[in-house]
Design a protein around this ligand. Structure first.
Ligand SMILES: Cc1ncc(COP(=O)(O)O)c(C=O)c1O
Length: 385
């Protein structure tokens, strides 16, 4: 029988809506139904709501309003950055890593298979850190390439030294795209200090709605629309705007940035607590990725559990007991094949990797419950050690 208790430790997959975001969106749903392209007052009101949100978002990451293009989320923003760089900016070589999100790696592989680009994969180590010396040597060889490297890996949490990547890109006339889907709103962001040409954001990773995000594009770049039709988004992305989603995204970012230090402290506290508690209960646990505050995403803890007879069933059993977490990335719809990230870091296939990810609403009691259930399920733990 399904346990009535539920704990949600899968915030890197998606996060619950903040009640203040729901309120902002509900107000707009009720009051701002106009088509933003319409010339009458009801349409103009919707347009004004979008432009206010754009300005607010841009100011919060020190960008210009015209550098923010609203998209349907992170996947579309990643696609737009890569495909537009290829279509409009003469990119024929893309340098990325084997542990990028499928939105990046899948897009690059498709372009390579069609003979449109040559793809170069930079090495990563067992913690998911990108070998930046290797990156530099590839960038030197393929001057003018697009470098696409994520700020934080969504499965492991390992952070990228983006400053060094940016300086490698600049020194070799490369463009730099960083998938910041897991970090936007979780760290202070200044696009100029980041030094990337493209950054991506998805609202549902920061207690905002699904189906909305943005691509930051450096204003010196001239892109043509990937989705054609109307001239929305300054002719960069056609389609009637998701007004409600845009307002939700702006509110979610506003809340995130207003409370960033407090939130970092709270969530990193939860992560540290989980690391300590799980280690004391299950001493054979290992942690994938980098887990210091400086080196890893404070919202993600990827645990590598000792081999168990019920390895394959573990996630299912956790779910039955009301613990929501994930095996790899939940963004691969229904995927049960091994994680390409864990394969790339050569994670021991006999061990089971489970990603717990935390958010604003996670409590220590949630962690206690998850560890209690895990200890009950890992029956052979004492035998295996
Ligand atoms: C790193 C990363 N990039 C891109 C995406 C895709 O974003 P979206 O779900 O908004 O399409 C996700 C998660 O889904 C992600 O974790």
């Amino acid at each position: 029988m399904q346990s009535p208790k539920k704990v949600y430790l899968d915030n890197a997959a998606t996060s619950p809506l903040d009640p203040m975001v729901i309120k902002a969106m509900t107000d707009v749903m009720q009051e701002t139904y106009g088509n933003p392209s319409a010339s009458h007052s009801i349409g103009r009101k919707a347009k004004a709501v979008i432009e206010t949100a754009r300005k607010q978002i841009a100011a919060s990451i020190k960008a210009d309003a015209k550098e923010i293009i609203f998209t349907s989320g992170g996947t579309e923003a990643d696609n737009m950055a890569i495909r537009c760089a290829v279509n409009d900016l003469d990119v024929t070589h893309v340098i990325t890593s084997p542990i990028e999100h499928k939105a990046v790696i899948g897009t690059c592989e498709e372009l390579e298979a069609k003979g449109i680009i040559e793809l170069h994969l930079v090495q990563v180590d067992s913690k998911g850190s990108v070998d930046l010396d290797h990156l530099e040597s590839i960038a030197k060889q393929y001057n003018g390439a697009l470098i696409s490297l994520m700020h934080a890996n969504n499965e492991l949490g390992t952070l990228l030294d983006y400053k060094r990547v940016s300086s490698i890109a600049k020194a070799n006339n490369c463009l730099f795209h960083s998938d910041t889907v897991q970090t936007m709103g979780h760290y202070v962001c200044d696009v100029k200090a980041f030094g990337a040409d493209f950054l991506t954001c998805s609202a549902h990773k920061l207690n905002g709605p699904k189906g909305i995000g943005f691509l930051y594009v450096n204003k010196n770049l001239n892109l043509k629309p990937l989705i054609t039709g109307g001239g929305q988004e300054s002719n960069q992305r056609a389609g009637t705007e998701n007004v409600v989603g845009i307002v939700g995204l702006a509110k979610a970012l506003e809340i995130a940035f207003a409370n960033i230090e407090e939130e970092q402290k709270h969530i990193f506290g939860i992560k540290t607590y989980m690391m300590q508690s799980i280690q004391s209960k299950l001493p054979s646990v290992e942690f994938n990725g980098i887990n210091t505050f400086e080196g890893g995403l404070y919202t993600v803890l990827n645990c590598s559990l000792s081999p168990q007879p019920n390895n394959e069933l573990l996630l299912f059993q956790l779910d039955i007991e009301g613990v929501c977490c994930s095996g790899g990335s939940a963004c691969n719809s229904g995927a049960s094949t091994g994680s390409h990230v864990l394969n790339a870091i050569q994670h021991d296939t006999n061990r089971k990797a489970i990603r717990f990810s935390f958010g604003r609403f996670t409590k220590k009691e949630d962690v206690d419950y998850a560890i209690e259930v895990l200890s009950k399920l890992l029956v052979s733990e004492t035998v295996v050690i």
